[in-house]
Design a protein around this ligand. Structure first.
Ligand code: SAM
Length: 183
């Protein structure tokens, strides 16, 4: 059985190899991110974490939602993804944290919302990790667990890239509605 650190090594290797090219590979997700951020119902001065922020593609929309007085954090396990976020200037929209969502360096109930796009499928202990994410969201806050694209769109995208990669083994994508923390 894999240990947690083995799982992290695998995830880090996987995303390190893709970091430099990440934004170019997924150029069309902007509207989906904007729609997901809108569902968070954030207000001026709000506090939000992008868990598994990767190259920080959602950070600009999150910053717009909370305004200059708000707090935007982006946490990710893979240093190469965070380097790309900084290279793209997204550290101006949010503070970048090298952190595992299994042990967030945050006090309980400090956030209004957590946004997580494309993260859940990569977690070795989704239920435990979601409990940790919920820990840092205030009662009544929002967890938006979100995949930028659905299964059919992902299959079409993979087919366009390489017809042989499309099969029943293509990743399963789940589109989740926001979940109210503490309910
Ligand atoms: C599919 S990418 C999505 C990145 C970004 N949210 C986006 O939509 O472009 C998943 C990200 O989750 C990060 N990740 C995976 N497991 C993690 C963990 N336990 N803690 C923090 N980040 C994690 C990976 O390093 C990767 O950057």
């Amino acid at each position: 059985m894999r240990s947690m650190s083995d799982d992290h090594t695998h995830v880090q290797e996987f995303f390190t190899a893709r970091a430099a090219d990440w934004d170019r590979r997924f150029p069309d997700d902007g509207p989906a991110y904007a729609a997901a951020v809108a569902e968070l119902g954030l207000r001026e001065g709000g506090r939000v974490l992008d868990a598994g922020c990767g190259t920080g593609r959602a950070l600009p929309a999150l910053r717009v939602a909370v305004g200059p007085s708000g707090v935007v954090l982006g946490a990710d396990l893979t240093p190469a993804m965070l380097r790309e976020a900084a290279r793209a200037g997204r550290d101006r929209d949010g503070a970048l944290l090298l952190a595992d969502v299994a042990a967030l360096p945050l006090r309980p109930d400090v956030l209004d919302a957590v946004f997580a796009a494309g993260l859940i499928a990569h977690l070795p202990d989704p239920a435990g990790n979601l409990r940790e994410i919920a820990r840092v969201v205030r009662p009544g806050g929002v967890l938006a667990l979100f995949h930028p694209i659905g299964r059919a769109a992902l299959a079409a995208r993979l087919a366009a890239r390489s017809p042989r990669t499309t099969s029943a083994r293509s990743p399963t994508c789940v589109r989740c509605s926001p979940v109210r923390a503490g309910t």
